[in-house]
Design a protein around this ligand. Structure first.
Ligand SMILES: [Cu+2]
Length: 172
């Protein structure tokens, strides 16, 4: 083995040893840094409510306001609720004067911004209700954000008149 090559091998071993030491220290620091910057910790969910519907009604919708306190743009990727078999993210679009709702892949919350879900606009669709949604009661909603972090809120169930022209619970 040439002396120069031997030095290179020795250098590699030293580099590996240093890398191992760095790896050993990393886990101690990582969790705290991560917890400070999750979407769930930086997005406040305010004014969560759901539309009251009588027994036998298949679908309802929930609404809330997302306040992003961080400098990072975030999004809600999915939602679940114990009161519904399927929960989808929806928006309303005006299609030649007819309001239609459609499923969307995510709801964006800009950096330092606010996104409001409200009747006639963005909403969380509760499909296949497992129970009556009575005014004055609550429905739990769990939101999953783009980084996989989750937030669970209690949506207060209220009587809400469907917005004019929104077609009620009609789908597509
Ligand atoms: Cu909908």
């Amino acid at each position: 083995m040439k002396p120069l090559f031997r030095a290179a091998v020795l250098g590699s071993i030293l580099a590996l040893t240093t890398a191992c030491q760095a790896d050993n220290e990393a886990p101690k620091k990582a969790p705290a840094a991560q917890a400070a910057s999750t979407a769930a910790s930086s997005i406040k969910v305010e004014n969560a409510f759901a539309r009251a519907v009588p027994a036998g009604q298949a679908n309802s919708a929930a609404f809330l306001t997302l306040v992003n306190t961080s400098d990072t743009a975030r999004s809600v990727k999915s939602a679940t609720s114990p009161v519904a078999a399927t929960v989808e993210l929806h928006t309303h679009t005006n299609n030649n004067g007819v309001m239609e709702m459609r499923q969307i892949p995510q709801i964006d919350v800009p950096a330092k911004g606010t996104t409001e879900l409200k009747p006639g606009g963005l909403h969380i669709m509760l499909i296949g209700l497992k129970q009556e949604l009575k005014p004055g009661e609550n429905a739990a909603l769990t939101l999953t954000f783009d980084d996989g972090s989750t937030t669970t809120v209690n949506a207060s169930i209220k009587d809400i008149t469907p917005p004019a022209g929104a077609g009620g619970m009609q789908h597509h």
